[in-house]
Design a protein around this ligand. Sequence first.
Ligand code: HAM
Length: 417
Amino acid sequence: MNNTFRTIKGTKDILPIESDRWRKLENVIHDTMKNWGYGEIRTPVFEQTGLFERSVGKDSDIVSKQMYTFMDQSKMSLTLRPELTAPTMRAYIQHNMERDGAMTKIYYMDTLFRQERPQAGRLRQFSQFGAEAIGSPNPEQDAEVISLLCNLLDKLNVEKYEVVINSIGSASSKESYRTALVNYLTPFKNDLSNTSKERLVKNPLRILDTKDEKEISILHDAPDIMDFLNSEDLKHFEALKKFLSQLGVDYKRDKRLVRGLDYYTKTTFEILNNSLGAQNALCGGGRYDKLIERLGGKSTPAVGFAVGIERILLAMSQQNEQKNNKPSIYIVCASNDSRDSVINLTDEFRKSGLSTNFDTLRRSVKAQLREANRLSSTHAIFLGDEELSEGSVKIKDLDSGEQVSIAMKDILSYFQD
Ligand code: HAM
Protein backbone atom coordinates (compact mmCIF):
# COMPACT_ATOMS: atom_id res chain seq x y z
CA MET A 1 0.00 0.00 0.00
CA ASN A 2 1.25 3.48 -0.83
CA ASN A 3 1.96 5.68 2.14
CA THR A 4 -0.08 8.73 1.10
CA PHE A 5 1.17 11.12 3.74
CA ARG A 6 4.85 11.44 4.54
CA THR A 7 7.04 13.89 6.43
CA ILE A 8 7.87 17.08 4.50
CA LYS A 9 11.35 17.22 2.92
CA GLY A 10 13.91 18.26 5.51
CA THR A 11 11.76 17.28 8.51
CA LYS A 12 11.86 14.03 10.44
CA ASP A 13 10.03 12.00 13.03
CA ILE A 14 11.80 11.20 16.26
CA LEU A 15 10.70 7.64 16.88
CA PRO A 16 10.37 6.00 20.32
CA ILE A 17 13.63 4.13 19.72
CA GLU A 18 15.49 7.47 19.39
CA SER A 19 13.64 9.64 21.88
CA ASP A 20 15.48 8.13 24.84
CA ARG A 21 18.74 9.68 23.56
CA TRP A 22 17.02 13.03 23.13
CA ARG A 23 15.67 12.96 26.65
CA LYS A 24 19.07 12.06 28.14
CA LEU A 25 20.68 14.93 26.24
CA GLU A 26 17.91 17.33 27.31
CA ASN A 27 18.36 16.34 30.96
CA VAL A 28 22.11 17.03 30.83
CA ILE A 29 21.44 20.44 29.28
CA HIS A 30 18.74 21.46 31.78
CA ASP A 31 20.89 20.35 34.75
CA THR A 32 24.07 22.03 33.51
CA MET A 33 22.37 25.31 32.59
CA LYS A 34 20.79 25.43 36.04
CA ASN A 35 24.18 24.85 37.69
CA TRP A 36 25.69 27.69 35.68
CA GLY A 37 22.90 30.11 36.65
CA TYR A 38 20.93 30.20 33.37
CA GLY A 39 17.11 30.25 33.41
CA GLU A 40 15.03 28.73 30.60
CA ILE A 41 12.94 30.77 28.16
CA ARG A 42 10.32 29.43 25.73
CA THR A 43 9.20 31.83 23.02
CA PRO A 44 6.50 31.45 20.34
CA VAL A 45 7.24 29.50 17.17
CA PHE A 46 6.44 32.52 14.97
CA GLU A 47 7.34 36.17 15.27
CA GLN A 48 6.97 39.33 13.20
CA THR A 49 9.18 39.03 10.10
CA GLY A 50 10.75 42.43 10.84
CA LEU A 51 12.37 41.05 14.01
CA PHE A 52 14.65 38.80 11.96
CA GLU A 53 15.20 41.33 9.17
CA ARG A 54 16.43 43.86 11.69
CA SER A 55 18.60 41.49 13.73
CA VAL A 56 19.96 38.70 11.51
CA GLY A 57 20.08 41.16 8.59
CA LYS A 58 18.21 41.46 5.27
CA ASP A 59 21.27 40.43 3.24
CA SER A 60 22.08 37.36 5.32
CA ASP A 61 21.40 33.95 3.75
CA ILE A 62 18.92 33.20 6.53
CA VAL A 63 16.70 36.22 5.85
CA SER A 64 17.16 36.49 2.09
CA LYS A 65 16.77 32.79 1.24
CA GLN A 66 15.77 30.54 4.11
CA MET A 67 12.82 31.91 6.06
CA TYR A 68 9.34 30.41 6.12
CA THR A 69 7.37 33.65 5.88
CA PHE A 70 3.62 34.01 5.43
CA MET A 71 0.84 36.57 5.78
CA ASP A 72 -1.76 35.91 8.42
CA GLN A 73 -5.42 36.85 7.95
CA SER A 74 -4.80 40.40 9.16
CA LYS A 75 -2.06 40.77 6.50
CA MET A 76 0.72 40.79 9.09
CA SER A 77 3.97 39.24 7.81
CA LEU A 78 4.98 36.41 10.15
CA THR A 79 8.00 34.10 10.10
CA LEU A 80 8.65 30.70 11.66
CA ARG A 81 11.70 31.44 13.83
CA PRO A 82 14.95 30.64 11.99
CA GLU A 83 17.03 31.30 15.13
CA LEU A 84 16.48 32.10 18.80
CA THR A 85 18.78 34.98 19.74
CA ALA A 86 16.48 37.63 18.26
CA PRO A 87 13.28 36.24 19.89
CA THR A 88 15.12 36.00 23.22
CA MET A 89 16.23 39.63 22.98
CA ARG A 90 12.70 40.64 21.92
CA ALA A 91 11.40 38.97 25.09
CA TYR A 92 14.17 40.55 27.21
CA ILE A 93 13.10 44.01 26.06
CA GLN A 94 9.34 43.33 26.11
CA HIS A 95 9.37 42.02 29.70
CA ASN A 96 11.83 44.64 31.02
CA MET A 97 14.07 41.84 32.19
CA GLU A 98 16.91 44.26 32.92
CA ARG A 99 14.92 45.19 36.04
CA ASP A 100 15.67 41.72 37.46
CA GLY A 101 19.38 42.47 37.79
CA ALA A 102 22.46 43.77 36.04
CA MET A 103 23.09 40.34 34.50
CA THR A 104 20.45 38.17 32.85
CA LYS A 105 21.41 34.66 31.83
CA ILE A 106 18.94 32.83 29.64
CA TYR A 107 18.95 29.48 27.86
CA TYR A 108 16.62 27.80 25.41
CA MET A 109 16.03 24.47 23.76
CA ASP A 110 13.57 24.58 20.90
CA THR A 111 12.70 23.91 17.29
CA LEU A 112 13.68 26.21 14.40
CA PHE A 113 12.92 26.40 10.69
CA ARG A 114 15.18 27.20 7.77
CA GLN A 115 14.42 26.39 4.15
CA GLU A 116 17.85 25.00 3.27
CA ARG A 117 18.82 22.16 0.93
CA PRO A 118 18.51 19.12 3.20
CA GLN A 119 21.52 16.84 3.69
CA ALA A 120 23.09 14.89 6.56
CA GLY A 121 23.06 17.25 9.55
CA ARG A 122 21.08 19.91 7.69
CA LEU A 123 17.31 19.96 8.12
CA ARG A 124 14.45 22.36 7.49
CA GLN A 125 13.02 21.79 10.95
CA PHE A 126 15.80 21.31 13.50
CA SER A 127 16.48 21.89 17.18
CA GLN A 128 18.96 24.04 19.02
CA PHE A 129 19.91 24.64 22.59
CA GLY A 130 21.67 27.86 23.37
CA ALA A 131 22.62 30.32 26.08
CA GLU A 132 22.65 34.11 26.10
CA ALA A 133 24.47 36.13 28.80
CA ILE A 134 23.09 39.67 28.78
CA GLY A 135 24.68 42.62 30.60
CA SER A 136 28.46 42.18 30.69
CA PRO A 137 30.76 43.83 28.12
CA ASN A 138 33.80 42.02 29.50
CA PRO A 139 35.88 39.21 27.96
CA GLU A 140 35.49 36.92 31.00
CA GLN A 141 31.83 36.65 30.01
CA ASP A 142 32.77 35.50 26.50
CA ALA A 143 35.13 32.99 28.11
CA GLU A 144 32.40 31.81 30.49
CA VAL A 145 29.95 30.98 27.68
CA ILE A 146 32.63 29.18 25.65
CA SER A 147 33.67 27.19 28.68
CA LEU A 148 30.00 26.36 29.45
CA LEU A 149 29.73 25.04 25.92
CA CYS A 150 32.85 22.85 26.25
CA ASN A 151 31.63 21.62 29.62
CA LEU A 152 28.34 20.56 28.02
CA LEU A 153 30.04 18.83 25.09
CA ASP A 154 32.30 16.93 27.49
CA LYS A 155 29.33 15.82 29.58
CA LEU A 156 27.58 14.64 26.42
CA ASN A 157 30.68 12.61 25.46
CA VAL A 158 31.27 14.54 22.25
CA GLU A 159 34.91 13.93 21.46
CA LYS A 160 37.30 15.49 18.96
CA TYR A 161 35.64 18.88 18.73
CA GLU A 162 37.58 21.99 17.90
CA VAL A 163 36.96 25.48 19.30
CA VAL A 164 37.62 28.15 16.70
CA ILE A 165 37.59 31.84 17.66
CA ASN A 166 38.03 35.21 16.01
CA SER A 167 37.13 38.85 16.51
CA ILE A 168 35.36 40.95 13.90
CA GLY A 169 35.74 44.04 16.05
CA SER A 170 33.25 46.73 16.89
CA ALA A 171 31.76 49.07 14.25
CA SER A 172 34.81 51.31 13.72
CA SER A 173 37.30 48.42 13.43
CA LYS A 174 34.94 46.58 11.12
CA GLU A 175 34.56 49.61 8.84
CA SER A 176 38.30 50.13 8.34
CA TYR A 177 38.76 46.41 7.73
CA ARG A 178 35.88 46.38 5.25
CA THR A 179 37.59 49.09 3.17
CA ALA A 180 40.92 47.23 3.23
CA LEU A 181 39.26 43.94 2.23
CA VAL A 182 37.35 45.53 -0.67
CA ASN A 183 40.59 47.20 -1.89
CA TYR A 184 42.36 43.83 -1.73
CA LEU A 185 39.59 41.84 -3.46
CA THR A 186 38.61 44.32 -6.21
CA PRO A 187 41.49 43.36 -8.55
CA PHE A 188 40.35 39.69 -8.25
CA LYS A 189 36.70 40.56 -8.96
CA ASN A 190 36.51 38.55 -12.21
CA ASP A 191 37.73 35.43 -10.40
CA LEU A 192 34.99 35.61 -7.77
CA SER A 193 31.70 33.68 -7.85
CA ASN A 194 28.50 35.63 -8.54
CA THR A 195 27.54 35.39 -4.85
CA SER A 196 30.90 36.83 -3.78
CA LYS A 197 30.69 39.58 -6.44
CA GLU A 198 27.36 40.59 -4.88
CA ARG A 199 28.84 40.36 -1.37
CA LEU A 200 31.77 42.56 -2.40
CA VAL A 201 29.24 45.38 -2.62
CA LYS A 202 26.71 44.45 0.09
CA ASN A 203 28.65 42.60 2.79
CA PRO A 204 32.31 41.96 1.86
CA LEU A 205 33.24 40.27 5.18
CA ARG A 206 30.93 37.37 4.28
CA ILE A 207 33.27 36.48 1.39
CA LEU A 208 35.70 35.30 4.05
CA ASP A 209 33.63 32.21 4.88
CA THR A 210 33.45 31.00 1.27
CA LYS A 211 33.80 27.26 0.65
CA ASP A 212 35.15 27.83 -2.91
CA GLU A 213 38.78 26.58 -3.17
CA LYS A 214 39.77 29.28 -5.68
CA GLU A 215 38.40 32.03 -3.45
CA ILE A 216 40.09 30.50 -0.42
CA SER A 217 43.44 30.70 -2.19
CA ILE A 218 42.77 34.34 -3.17
CA LEU A 219 41.94 35.09 0.47
CA HIS A 220 45.20 33.55 1.63
CA ASP A 221 47.03 36.87 1.39
CA ALA A 222 44.04 39.06 2.28
CA PRO A 223 44.50 41.59 5.11
CA ASP A 224 43.96 40.16 8.59
CA ILE A 225 41.30 41.84 10.75
CA MET A 226 43.67 41.66 13.74
CA ASP A 227 45.68 44.47 12.11
CA PHE A 228 42.57 46.65 11.99
CA LEU A 229 41.12 46.17 15.48
CA ASN A 230 41.13 49.32 17.60
CA SER A 231 43.03 49.08 20.87
CA GLU A 232 39.93 48.28 22.95
CA ASP A 233 38.81 45.48 20.61
CA LEU A 234 42.33 44.05 20.54
CA LYS A 235 42.56 44.16 24.34
CA HIS A 236 39.22 42.35 24.56
CA PHE A 237 40.40 39.59 22.23
CA GLU A 238 43.76 39.16 23.97
CA ALA A 239 42.00 38.95 27.37
CA LEU A 240 39.52 36.39 26.01
CA LYS A 241 42.42 34.18 24.88
CA LYS A 242 44.05 34.51 28.30
CA PHE A 243 40.82 33.55 30.12
CA LEU A 244 40.25 30.57 27.80
CA SER A 245 43.75 29.25 28.53
CA GLN A 246 43.14 29.81 32.24
CA LEU A 247 39.94 27.73 31.98
CA GLY A 248 41.77 24.96 30.11
CA VAL A 249 39.92 25.52 26.81
CA ASP A 250 42.02 24.64 23.75
CA TYR A 251 41.23 26.91 20.84
CA LYS A 252 42.45 27.86 17.42
CA ARG A 253 42.12 31.28 15.81
CA ASP A 254 40.66 31.36 12.30
CA LYS A 255 41.00 34.73 10.60
CA ARG A 256 38.20 33.78 8.18
CA LEU A 257 35.58 33.15 10.89
CA VAL A 258 33.04 35.97 10.46
CA ARG A 259 29.68 34.13 10.91
CA GLY A 260 26.69 34.66 8.67
CA LEU A 261 24.43 36.68 10.96
CA ASP A 262 24.72 40.48 10.96
CA TYR A 263 24.42 41.16 14.68
CA TYR A 264 27.93 40.12 15.79
CA THR A 265 30.52 42.52 17.20
CA LYS A 266 33.98 41.60 18.55
CA THR A 267 34.14 37.89 19.48
CA THR A 268 32.90 35.19 17.09
CA PHE A 269 33.33 31.47 17.66
CA GLU A 270 32.32 28.08 16.35
CA ILE A 271 32.76 24.51 17.47
CA LEU A 272 33.62 22.11 14.68
CA ASN A 273 33.60 18.34 14.50
CA ASN A 274 35.29 17.03 11.41
CA SER A 275 33.70 13.59 11.54
CA LEU A 276 30.41 15.20 10.47
CA GLY A 277 31.37 15.91 6.84
CA ALA A 278 30.21 19.12 5.14
CA GLN A 279 27.91 20.23 7.99
CA ASN A 280 30.75 20.24 10.51
CA ALA A 281 29.63 23.19 12.69
CA LEU A 282 28.19 21.88 15.94
CA CYS A 283 27.76 25.33 17.37
CA GLY A 284 28.00 29.01 16.52
CA GLY A 285 28.07 32.08 18.67
CA GLY A 286 29.58 35.38 19.54
CA ARG A 287 29.14 38.79 21.09
CA TYR A 288 26.37 41.10 19.90
CA ASP A 289 26.69 44.36 21.84
CA LYS A 290 24.44 46.43 19.54
CA LEU A 291 21.51 44.05 19.00
CA ILE A 292 19.32 44.97 21.98
CA GLU A 293 19.57 48.67 21.12
CA ARG A 294 18.83 47.88 17.47
CA LEU A 295 15.64 46.13 18.54
CA GLY A 296 14.48 49.14 20.57
CA GLY A 297 15.92 48.34 24.02
CA LYS A 298 18.52 50.16 26.10
CA SER A 299 22.09 49.72 24.91
CA THR A 300 23.13 46.41 26.57
CA PRO A 301 26.07 44.14 25.70
CA ALA A 302 25.50 40.41 25.32
CA VAL A 303 27.19 37.21 24.20
CA GLY A 304 25.88 33.70 23.53
CA PHE A 305 25.85 30.55 21.44
CA ALA A 306 23.53 27.98 19.92
CA VAL A 307 24.18 24.29 19.30
CA GLY A 308 22.43 22.11 16.70
CA ILE A 309 20.97 19.18 18.63
CA GLU A 310 20.67 16.82 15.62
CA ARG A 311 24.37 17.42 14.87
CA ILE A 312 25.34 16.76 18.48
CA LEU A 313 23.42 13.49 18.36
CA LEU A 314 25.24 12.53 15.14
CA ALA A 315 28.58 13.34 16.78
CA MET A 316 27.60 11.37 19.90
CA SER A 317 26.40 8.33 17.96
CA GLN A 318 29.92 7.65 16.74
CA GLN A 319 31.06 6.95 20.27
CA ASN A 320 30.09 4.31 22.77
CA GLU A 321 27.32 5.48 24.97
CA GLN A 322 27.27 4.64 28.60
CA LYS A 323 24.92 1.80 29.36
CA ASN A 324 22.04 2.54 31.66
CA ASN A 325 22.55 0.35 34.73
CA LYS A 326 19.02 0.64 36.12
CA PRO A 327 17.05 -2.62 36.08
CA SER A 328 14.36 -3.06 33.46
CA ILE A 329 12.17 -6.02 34.28
CA TYR A 330 9.98 -8.28 32.16
CA ILE A 331 7.49 -10.43 34.06
CA VAL A 332 6.90 -13.61 32.09
CA CYS A 333 3.48 -15.23 32.47
CA ALA A 334 4.18 -19.00 32.37
CA SER A 335 0.60 -20.30 32.89
CA ASN A 336 -2.97 -19.07 32.49
CA ASP A 337 -3.51 -19.24 36.26
CA SER A 338 -0.60 -16.91 36.98
CA ARG A 339 -1.99 -14.05 34.81
CA ASP A 340 -3.64 -12.21 37.74
CA SER A 341 -0.42 -12.43 39.79
CA VAL A 342 1.63 -11.15 36.82
CA ILE A 343 -0.67 -8.13 36.47
CA ASN A 344 -0.60 -7.40 40.22
CA LEU A 345 3.18 -7.78 40.47
CA THR A 346 3.75 -5.53 37.43
CA ASP A 347 1.48 -2.92 39.00
CA GLU A 348 3.30 -3.13 42.34
CA PHE A 349 6.74 -2.83 40.65
CA ARG A 350 5.66 0.15 38.56
CA LYS A 351 4.20 1.93 41.60
CA SER A 352 7.58 1.42 43.28
CA GLY A 353 9.26 3.21 40.37
CA LEU A 354 10.74 0.14 38.65
CA SER A 355 10.66 -0.06 34.86
CA THR A 356 8.49 -3.16 34.28
CA ASN A 357 6.69 -4.81 31.35
CA PHE A 358 4.42 -7.80 30.80
CA ASP A 359 2.65 -9.41 27.86
CA THR A 360 -0.96 -8.60 26.97
CA LEU A 361 -0.95 -10.78 23.85
CA ARG A 362 -0.97 -14.05 25.84
CA ARG A 363 2.09 -15.29 23.92
CA SER A 364 4.25 -18.34 24.65
CA VAL A 365 7.05 -18.12 27.24
CA LYS A 366 9.60 -18.22 24.39
CA ALA A 367 7.89 -15.33 22.58
CA GLN A 368 7.69 -13.35 25.82
CA LEU A 369 11.44 -13.80 26.32
CA ARG A 370 12.07 -12.62 22.77
CA GLU A 371 10.01 -9.52 23.56
CA ALA A 372 11.97 -9.00 26.81
CA ASN A 373 15.19 -8.97 24.76
CA ARG A 374 13.72 -6.63 22.16
CA LEU A 375 12.88 -4.19 24.96
CA SER A 376 16.47 -4.50 26.29
CA SER A 377 15.15 -5.78 29.61
CA THR A 378 17.84 -6.58 32.16
CA HIS A 379 15.87 -9.23 34.08
CA ALA A 380 13.04 -11.68 33.44
CA ILE A 381 10.84 -12.93 36.29
CA PHE A 382 9.00 -16.21 35.66
CA LEU A 383 5.58 -16.72 37.18
CA GLY A 384 3.87 -20.06 36.54
CA ASP A 385 1.90 -22.72 38.41
CA GLU A 386 5.01 -24.06 40.18
CA GLU A 387 6.04 -20.59 41.40
CA LEU A 388 2.49 -19.87 42.62
CA SER A 389 2.33 -23.07 44.65
CA GLU A 390 5.84 -22.66 46.09
CA GLY A 391 5.48 -18.93 46.83
CA SER A 392 8.81 -18.14 45.12
CA VAL A 393 9.87 -16.89 41.68
CA LYS A 394 12.82 -17.39 39.34
CA ILE A 395 14.70 -14.26 38.33
CA LYS A 396 16.96 -14.48 35.30
CA ASP A 397 19.68 -11.91 34.64
CA LEU A 398 19.32 -11.51 30.86
CA ASP A 399 22.91 -10.33 30.39
CA SER A 400 24.76 -13.05 32.29
CA GLY A 401 22.10 -15.77 32.04
CA GLU A 402 22.38 -16.41 35.82
CA GLN A 403 19.18 -17.47 37.54
CA VAL A 404 18.15 -17.17 41.21
CA SER A 405 15.10 -18.26 43.14
CA ILE A 406 13.59 -15.67 45.50
CA ALA A 407 10.65 -15.86 47.91
CA MET A 408 7.70 -13.88 46.57
CA LYS A 409 7.70 -11.61 49.63
CA ASP A 410 11.37 -10.57 49.07
CA ILE A 411 11.16 -9.89 45.37
CA LEU A 412 10.66 -6.11 45.50
CA SER A 413 13.57 -5.57 47.86
CA TYR A 414 15.79 -7.70 45.55
CA PHE A 415 15.52 -4.93 42.93
CA GLN A 416 15.48 -2.00 45.30
CA ASP A 417 18.76 -2.79 47.07
P1 HAM B 1 23.87 29.47 13.62
O1 HAM B 1 25.32 29.30 13.34
O2 HAM B 1 23.00 29.93 12.51
O3 HAM B 1 23.78 30.49 14.85
O4 HAM B 1 23.29 28.11 14.19
C1 HAM B 1 23.88 27.46 15.30
C2 HAM B 1 23.93 25.95 15.06
O5 HAM B 1 22.64 25.45 14.69
C3 HAM B 1 24.83 25.52 13.92
O6 HAM B 1 26.19 25.45 14.31
C4 HAM B 1 24.28 24.12 13.61
O7 HAM B 1 24.80 23.16 14.53
C5 HAM B 1 22.80 24.29 13.87
N1 HAM B 1 22.07 24.46 12.58
C6 HAM B 1 21.96 25.59 11.86
N2 HAM B 1 21.23 25.37 10.76
C7 HAM B 1 20.87 24.07 10.79
C8 HAM B 1 20.08 23.22 9.93
N3 HAM B 1 19.50 23.66 8.82
N4 HAM B 1 19.91 21.92 10.28
C9 HAM B 1 20.48 21.43 11.43
N5 HAM B 1 21.22 22.19 12.27
C10 HAM B 1 21.41 23.48 11.96
C11 HAM B 1 22.63 30.91 15.42
O8 HAM B 1 21.55 30.41 15.21
C12 HAM B 1 22.84 32.02 16.42
N6 HAM B 1 21.53 32.43 16.95
C13 HAM B 1 23.77 31.54 17.54
C14 HAM B 1 23.98 32.55 18.63
C15 HAM B 1 23.39 32.57 19.85
N7 HAM B 1 24.78 33.59 18.56
C16 HAM B 1 24.71 34.26 19.71
N8 HAM B 1 23.84 33.65 20.48
